[in-house]
Design a protein around this ligand. Structure first.
Ligand code: PLP
Length: 389
């Protein structure tokens, strides 16, 4: 009871819970009001001081290093392994373009990837690179086995897939997959858009080569919080596509360009950035540490409740495995996911449509600031949609 009361207090930090049943953190999560207030105050302070004053832009750039160290500790790696970007898609492009793959390269991916990965892979396929697709299914050891079998079918250069499916929340053991790939001399890039804030990250221990991730979904950092983890020896293997001041310096064009940190994640950071957003991302870690209990565990518990209650609604089929995070995807028999999504929206329930040839439904993202009342309202709304078929 005590814990419930504490979570009710936490919920007040999320005004988006007032008007509607917000179950779409998997697309973009809200920033808790205390973190947002600090972020906005920082922006105002920066602006008022004259943004181009040295204590302004250099001060903010330096404060990012504190945030980077905080995030590195949180994610189980060293700060030199992290490169900060605006989003996951930037990070994926840096890797896929920077690898300079030859036209006989082969990449294996899955059938549940986001456009952030499908877009760059399509570009590579147009250059003649083979991109093979395996079903993500329910993740777990079966997915690792499917990927291992696919790697054994033909020489493979890279595995590029989501660590957690954005469609169902299915996940797998990153270490097991990395071991299977590295035994075969295959590089691994896992798209971590959905994992930070849904499950603990152990980036060095998992051992993959590249892990794009973001803070603006489940962690609740401001929009524009993205990053890339590079294994200790991986940064130097990526050719620079975009670069410029900050990543290096020049004492005279064209001969004397010197990279500041050629083997470090920061090698990919250059130019002016919205540094306070990354500083706020570091603040988020402290905010989450002050929550009444582990937010990942609460999300998992609430998502498990939602999954159970929706499974009992006639005409509703659950498409997600038992949740390891906060995602629960369902379909309504005989109804297109888009229709279900629209009807839920009209009833004040914000989910996200899932439109795949093998999966036509609606995804609910249950965050720690949601509560049992949200789940009951989502259940009532979907029961009404199913009953009106
Ligand atoms: C699996 C996956 N990859 C990539 C993205 C894109 O993330 P970003 O907007 O940070 O580039 C998303 C967003 O929904 C996602 O779910």
């Amino acid at each position: 009871m005590l814990t419930l009361d504490h979570w009710a207090v936490v919920r007040r930090d999320f005004p988006c819970t007032d008007a509607r049943v917000f179950l779409n953190t998997g697309t973009l999560g809200p920033v808790a009001t205390p973190v947002m207030e600090r972020y906005l105050a920082a922006m105002r302070q920066w602006n008022a001081g004259g943004p181009g004053s040295p204590d302004g832009y250099i001060g903010w750039r330096n404060r990012v290093e504190t945030a980077r160290a905080t995030l590195a500790t949180e994610f189980g790696c060293g700060p030199e392994s992290l490169s900060l970007f605006g989003n996951v898609t930037d990070a994926i492009n840096v890797v896929l373009v920077g690898l300079r793959l030859p036209s006989d390269a082969r990449i294996i991916t899955t059938d549940e990837e986001h456009g952030a990965l499908v877009g760059p892979l399509t570009q590579l396929a147009q250059r003649g690179i083979t991109v093979d697709v395996v079903p993500f299914g329910q993740g777990g050891p079966e997915l690792v086995a499917r990927l291992a079998a696919a790697m054994d079918q033909a020489p493979t250069t890279l595995l590029a897939l989501s660590h957690m499916s954005c469609e169902t929340g299915a996940v797998f053991d990153a270490r097991a997959l990395t071991d299977a790939a590295h035994r075969r001399g295959v590089l691994v890039m896992l798209d971590g858009a959905q994992t930070p804030g849904q499950m603990p990250l152990a980036l060095d221990a998992w051992g993959m080569d590249f892990y794009p991730f973001n803070g603006h979904k489940w962690m609740g950092a401001p929009a524009g919080s993205g990053g890339l983890y590079l294994a200790p020896d991986a940064a130097a293997r990526i050719a620079l596509t975009y670069t410029g001041d900050g990543a290096g310096w020049s004492s005279g064009y064209p001969a004397a360009w010197t990279e500041t940190r050629p083997t470090d994640g920061r090698r990919f950071e250059y130019g002016t950035r919205n540094w306070p957003a990354w500083v706020a991302w570091g603040d988020v870690v402290a905010y989450r540490a002050g929550l009444p209990s582990d937010p990942c565990a609460r999300q998992r518990e609430l998502a498990g409740l939602l999954r159970g209650t929706l499974a009992a609604v006639p005409g509703v089929t659950v498409r997600s495995p038992e949740p390891l995070g906060g995602i629960v995807t369902v379909s309504v028999d005989g109804l297109a996911g888009d229709r279900v999504y629209q009807q839920l929206l009209a009833a004040g329930v914000v989910g996200r449509r899932v439109l795949r040839p093998h999966l036509d439904g609606v995804r609910f993202s249950v965050a720690y600031f949601n509560n049992e009342d949200d789940l009951a309202r989502a259940r009532a709304a979907i029961a009404q949609v199913a009953a009106s078929r």
